[in-house]
Design a protein around this ligand. Structure first.
Ligand SMILES: Cc1cc2nc3c(=O)[nH]c(=O)nc-3n(C[C@H](O)[C@H](O)[C@H](O)COP(=O)(O)OP(=O)(O)OC[C@H]3O[C@@H](n4cnc5c(N)ncnc54)[C@H](O)[C@@H]3O)c2cc1C
Length: 356
């Protein structure tokens, strides 16, 4: 039997399963999916889990079932390309013929002293659960610092505001205006929401140190009761530790087939694959579509297409609590309730497509 092994049941590898199952892969092939959690976690919703505005069950989807799909739950510790094997913490070894690495990313603390030790995270479902417990356990009127005003920081700040009206929320933004790389209309809309809902956005900030209950912004010391870090990501450590050519963010370089440049048996998908496009679930899914195309050729021992179709992202969406949001699609920006409904609709469709 030929063995296709998928590492990580995130957006990328879920799309691969969706396309290959039930019968778009050969009879002589088995698929093994390895993840530390027994479900596909909807990372795009972790901000709501951490803020306490959605339930744990609402941010996960069961993995599919198939007689030739083996689900292995455990912590992957090493990928050995010479042995064509993957090692798990519990001692299991999984051999592969074709491997797709889709292990995602983790926080990047940019060497800020104390950041890793003294901040909460929303990068994994387990960490989001702990963050939920910390945030919701805070006494009335506590101060919460959120470091990083990208999409996840914005969504967390707004959802937490709706969840706990008593908290003082300070959102630290490195740039002079929120969502600086997007149209001013969008920035102004988000800014106005924060003003109206009493979230303090601190522009031009630079967090230089974090101590228990203290954030250092430039030279200012800010007393806080909890801090959530949403200020950047990097590929997971196992991927950073791989002996492969990488980009400056530590992500393995891939060719147009999303294979490692020196290993056609290993593909990389999603947040841990090098790309010029911004990391997102949408990008992971588009890359997965191309990996499926390549795998189908490989299953039949056919030559690969000379040129793979270019990836074009459709845009992005964000929420400001449960009632307001924004959508930026094809250079058009939509804000308000309709945008929020569009985002909820997309989530509903995604879950439906994946049997959630
Ligand atoms: C708060 C937040 C909001 C976001 N909103 C959006 C959005 O609106 N739209 C959008 O497109 N993107 C959004 N993103 C980004 C999006 O979530 C990621 O780009 C996407 O999840 C990447 O998918 P992936 O397949 O690379 O990996 P992931 O979905 O991260 O999956 C990785 C999988 O690998 C598993 N894993 C990792 N390490 C190990 C290990 N050592 N052993 C075993 N299993 C392991 C994990 O359990 C996980 O299931 C958001 C991210 C965050 C944090």
């Amino acid at each position: 039997m030929r063995k296709l092994v998928l590492l990580g049941g995130g957006y990328g590898n879920m799309r691969i399963l969706l396309r290959l199952l039930p019968n778009n892969f050969p009879e002589d092939t088995t698929i093994t999916l390895v993840d530390r959690t027994p479900h596909h976690s909807l990372k795009t919703e972790f901000y709501a889990l951490a803020a306490g505005t959605t339930t744990d069950k609402d941010v996960r989807v069961d993995f599919p079932e198939h007689e030739r799909l083996q689900l292995v739950y455990g912590e992957i510790t090493k990928i050995d390309r010479d042995e064509k094997a993957v090692y798990l913490e519990d001692g299991q070894t999984i051999a592969y013929d074709d491997l797709v690495i889709g292990l995602g990313c983790e926080d990047n603390y940019h060497n800020v002293p104390g950041a890793e030790e003294n901040t909460l995270s929303i990068q994994t479902i387990a960490k989001s659960r702990s963050t939920f417990e910390e945030l919701l356990g805070l006494s009335p009127g506590s101060v919460v610092g959120i470091v990083g005003a990208g999409l996840s920081g914005i969504e967390l700040a707004s959802e937490l505001r709706e969840s706990r009206s008593d908290l003082k929320i300070k959102l630290f933004d490195r740039s002079p205006r929120i969502l600086r790389d997007f149209p001013e209309k969008l920035s102004n809309y988000v800014k106005e929401w924060f003003v109206k809902n009493d979230v303090d956005v601190i522009a031009n900030s630079n967090i230089t140190k974090v101590e228990p209950n203290k954030l250092y912004n430039h030279e200012d010391v800010i007393n806080v009761d909890a801090v959530v870090w949403t200020a950047g990501v990097q590929p997971v450590k196992i991927v950073r530790d791989m002996d492969v050519q990488k980009d400056r963010k530590g992500r393995p370089l891939v060719n147009q087939y999303f294979q490692l440049v020196d290993d056609e048996n290993v593909s990389v998908v999603g947040d841990c694959a090098s790309s010029d496009l911004p990391a997102s679930a949408q990008l992971a899914e588009e890359q997965a579509e191309r990996i499926v195309k390549v795998l189908k050729h490989r299953f039949k021992n056919e030559p690969l297409p000379e040129k793979m179709p270019e990836i074009k992202l459709k845009g992005f969406m964000g929420s400001l609590g449960k009632k307001q949001g924004f959508v930026h699609l094809a250079d058009t920006t939509v804000t308000g309730r309709i945008a929020r409904l569009m985002k909820s609709g997309l989530l509903w469709m995604y879950k439906r497509q994946n049997n959630g």
